[in-house]
Design a protein around this ligand. Structure first.
Ligand code: ADP
Ligand code: MG
Length: 475
């Protein structure tokens, strides 16, 4: 593939993941100048484009390039002011990438008007999720097999693939890794992963700004559409309508659709029945909580990934005592590892039992009698209250305000940070977290969590805050 065609192929894959106006603005005057051995040299017209592309798109471009050309391992972005000339032949004609209709209806914003890019990370497949590092046991053999089948034969008999199950049971992991596997098997395919919330925002944005036609055109090149947590579309009629049409269009064109939800299609209250029945047309598989042996295998796998060694009886103890979700399982392991790094001592069944107790995990209490005094004061996070107090101190606001209902910005952000940390560090469910904050429902918590996650990609102050808070917790 010559550099120009390579760039066109990359742009085809980047386009569905970027807002149209952003895409035109940042990619119109770009070109692959050359491939220097293993390095793809990307030319951009000015310093402004340089910093924007280097910051927001570089990793994604490299990820796609690696798939298309396996000799490429690195990317270098350079400024070449010649690219600003409209007749520079090195550039790819964007009309060969962008659907034609969109060009007519959209006027380009001028550069000053461009808002900061919305989070683009959610579109990307996170490399930490692969089908290879997904541990298969009795409980999840079927769902794993379905994912494998889809990844070797996308768009055929298992369409759509619908995976459902409770929080922290590996749905996102499966969705993402299936997308990744499809890309590995079919480097030419365009795979788009997004959360239902993100999809919702896209529709709202499209309705505000352009028109529905334009919205659909964005997905024209997609070969595999993955939408996570589809239950979040409940009661969003307009979005469901759009999704219905998109679903039909992709389905009829034999494009693969993969969805996840917290419950089976029929139980999706607030989702139109015509969608529910479409969700059932292919393969519906449930993600279950794994049995003890699989839990142990997951823990062992995590340890080797993180290159830590914990005594077998400690892993055994964790596997035996965590009963809710794999996220929780990982949360406890993380805590044990944090404790080990912080205190320089190897965790024991006793210390992990204390941890479990502190984390409000049931089951540990009855097994061992640890006294409160045995808790080491150095480990500062015990439960959600500790995190709330710590965040309140950090932002100098009363913790009652954090838990309260005020919607002032100076309270809202710390509150979102708080929810984010409780979820990340303690692995509590959205519902449980909602209870700490005046009984908010789980969608609100989920929304806050996603908001922080999104903002972290571009808000360095927030990133510093989170780092500082985590450091304070000894993480
Ligand atoms: P869900 O989307 O169902 O809420 P996730 O996919 O986010 O759950 O899974 C939670 C965590 O557990 C992730 O870090 C994921 O990698 C891990 N996990 C879940 N199932 C497995 C498995 N079978 N093997 C290895 N890791 C797993
Ligand atoms: Mg998930």
């Amino acid at each position: 593939m010559d550099p120009k065609e390579l760039w066109r192929q990359i742009l085809l894959r980047v386009y569905p993941t970027v807002r149209h106006d952003q895409f035109i603005t940042w990619f119109a005057d770009t070109a692959i100048l050359r491939v220097d051995g293993a390095v793809l040299v990307l030319g951009v017209p000015n310093q402004f484009a340089y910093s924007w592309i280097a910051q927001h798109y570089k990793d994604r471009i490299l990820e796609i390039a690696k798939v298309l050309n396996t000799t490429i391992t690195d990317i270098s972005v350079v400024v070449d002011s010649g690219l600003a000339n409209s007749d520079d032949v090195r550039k790819v004609l964007l009309s060969s990438v962008v659907p034609v209709e969109t060009k007519k209806v959209r006027k380009l914003p001028n550069k000053q008007e461009i808002r900061v890019a919305p989070d683009t990370i959610s579109y990307m497949l996170n490399p930490k999720y692969t089908l290879q590092n997904f541990i298969v046991g009795k409980h999840n053999r079927l769902v794993h097999a379905a994912c494998l089948a889809v990844s070797t034969n996308p768009g055929s008999q298992w369409n759509p693939l619908f995976i459902y199950g409770g929080v922290g049971l590996g749905k996102t992991h499966l969705l993402q890794s299936t997308g990744r596997e499809i890309l590995r098997n079919f480097p030419d395919k365009v795979v788009v992963y997004l959360t239902a919330e993100r999809f919702l925002n896209e529709v709202v944005e499209a309705i505000k700004k352009y028109n529905a036609q334009d919205f659909k055109a964005r997905y024209r090149n997609v070969d595999c559409l993955i939408v996570d947590d589809i239950q979040l579309l409940a009661d969003k009629d307009r979005t469901q309508e759009e999704f219905f049409h998109l679903f039909n269009e992709l389905y009829n064109a034999n494009k693969q659709i993969i969805l996840s939800s917290d419950r089976p299609p029929k139980e999706l209250a607030g989702i139109e029945t015509r969608l529910q029945s479409r969700f059932e047309m292919g393969m519906v598989a449930e993600a279950h909580f794994p049995d003890y042996e699989t839990r142990l295998a997951i823990l062992q796998n995590k340890c080797s990934e993180q290159q830590v060694m914990l005594p077998p009886e400690v892993l055994d103890f964790i596997a035996y005592n965590v009963h809710h979700s794999i996220r929780e399982l990982e949360g406890v392991l993380l805590q044990a590892v944090a404790q080990m790094r912080l205190e320089g001592v190897t965790p024991t069944v006793k210390s992990v039992g204390t941890l479990l107790r502190r984390l409000d995990r049931s089951g540990a209490d009855s097994m061992i009698g640890v006294t409160k005094e045995q808790m080491d004061a150095k480990l500062s996070i015990r439960n959600a209250d500790d995190i709330i107090n710590m965040v309140a101190d950090y932002y100098r606001i009363p913790s009652s305000e954090l838990r309260g209902i005020a919607r002032k910005r100076e309270i809202m952000i710390p509150r979102q940070v708080c929810m984010y940390l409780i979820y990340e560090v303690l692995g509590h469910s959205y519902d449980t977290i909602g209870d700490y904050f005046s009984g908010r429902n789980h969608t609100t918590v989920l929304h806050s969590y996603n908001k922080v996650k999104t903002k972290l990609a571009r808000d360095t102050k927030l990133l510093q805050d989170i780092h500082a808070l985590k450091k304070e917790m000894g993480l």
